[in-house]
Design a protein around this ligand. Structure first.
Ligand code: ASP
Length: 399
């Protein structure tokens, strides 16, 4: 990128940021003044995939339930849902076809924490994180030890691959290795794919993948999505922070992490201070997005410390995003291939949702934060940079 282009982009970013800040302050204002004048009513914040579960959690808080139990109610929803392929059951597996889950939780009232990383065969890892907190003297368990601990605590072992996630993984294998899929001895080998004349290399690759997807048995209406997920490994996660009327606050985060990851890879979600941090004196924060980047800025803890020193939730979250950008010298040529959303809830009920980009992917999906403070709504986050993050690895022509 030439200097002049960078300068242009930086100016554009600053303009968008100030506009965005004003927008979110309006959101904060309305949630604090119009709907929350005393500043201590129940409030829950979560990611977009918590929308269907937040009502029940909010009613739990109203009924006097513990804040961590309410937050866990939200994230358990996607963990149990086989159609959410970013969390729990049905989460997309690692490159070996094994689902490995990460989760953590923090209980503000007792200042305790629990966490698990790289857990196989157990669906509700957010609850396992809570079990580590309550039934061990440790904070974090990983891998086989975490699985054995979960079973000892009564969690059932189950196959976390659904038929669909297994097929998408097979599509990944068969299109990334010459030894998976029918070999040279297959009678139909020659007919498997005949290249149409005059199509570009990229188009050819997609067409070939479509043929393989059909052979694997992925239904036509799901093929485009499956191919996209194979080419551009998706992330996805859920965080939830819950605050009750008394000002008690807790948080949790759970994920299947990055699809096709190297076995043993642990992201930011189970790292206390990165994927989640709750401090009863200040508030609670969590993250979804590029885990490797968030670990390096210890995002959730940074946000809590920022608020402890006087920043608003919006300023605190934005500062953490700027640290990610700073680590790349604000080089948008690289930053556009990563993304990060922070969910921030202060002890008095003030909240913010911030993200590196306005949204993500070719479909230009906006980043949102779901809030319930008596009224449930999904609100667009405040973005640091204008525009949308791009899929990684880059498509030809976008790099
Ligand atoms: N942060 C998660 C991870 O890196 C993924 C995500 O939030 O999308 O494992």
């Amino acid at each position: 990128m030439s200097f002049s282009r960078r300068e242009f982009l930086t100016t554009a970013v600053v303009g968008s940021l100030s506009l965005g800040l004003r927008g979110q302050e309006t959101n904060e204002q309305s949630s604090r003044t119009a709907a929350n004048p005393a500043g201590k009513r129940p409030t829950i914040i979560t990611a977009h995939n918590g929308y269907n579960y937040i009502d029940e959690a909010f009613n739990m808080l109203r009924g006097g339930a513990d804040t961590l139990d309410a937050a866990l109610r939200v994230v358990r929803g996607p963990e149990d849902d086989p159609h959410d392929d970013s969390v729990g059951l049905g989460g997309l597996p690692n490159e070996d076809g094994v689902v490995e889950l990460d989760a953590c939780c923090m209980h503000g009232p007792t200042r305790r924490a629990g966490s698990v990383g790289g857990v196989r065969n157990i669906k509700n890892v957010s609850l396992v994180a809570k079990a580590v907190m309550e039934h061990s003297g440790h904070v974090m368990l990983v891998g086989e030890g975490a699985e054995r601990f979960a079973v000892a605590q009564g969690f059932p072992r189950e196959d976390l691959l659904t038929e669909h996630s297994r097929k998408v993984w097979l599509l990944y294998k068969e299109t990334h290795s010459d030894w998976w899929g029918p070999g040279l001895a297959d009678p139909n080998w020659k007919k498997r794919f005949e290249a149409p004349p005059r199509v570009g290399e990229w188009q050819l690759r997609m067409q070939r993948m479509d043929v393989v997807a059909a052979e694997i048995g992925i239904p036509p209406e799901m093929r485009r999505d499956a191919i996209h997920k194979v080419l551009f490994p998706p992330t996805g996660t859920i965080h939830c922070s819950a605050l009750n009327e008394k000002g008690e606050i807790s948080g949790c985060t759970t994920t299947s992490g990055l699809a096709w990851k190297v076995p043993g890879r642990v992201g930011d979600s189970p790292i206390i201070g990165a994927g989640c941090y709750s401090d009863p004196d200040v508030g609670s924060a969590g993250a979804t997005g590029s885990g490797e980047e968030n670990i390096k800025v210890v995002g959730a803890h940074t946000i809590i410390e920022n608020m402890r020193h006087g920043m608003s939730p919006l300023e605190a979250g934005t500062d953490a995003l700027k640290r990610i950008a700073h680590a790349y010298d604000n080089d948008l040529d690289r930053l556009r291939f990563m993304d990060m959303t922070y969910y921030v809830l202060r002890k008095d009920g003030a909240w913010a949702g911030v993200s590196l980009w306005e949204g993500y992917g070719a479909d230009r999906k906006p980043h949102t934060i779901v809030v319930h403070d008596g009224i449930k709504r999904a609100v667009k986050t405040v973005n640091l940079f204008p525009g949308f993050s791009q899929d990684w690895p880059p498509t030809p022509g976008s790099y």
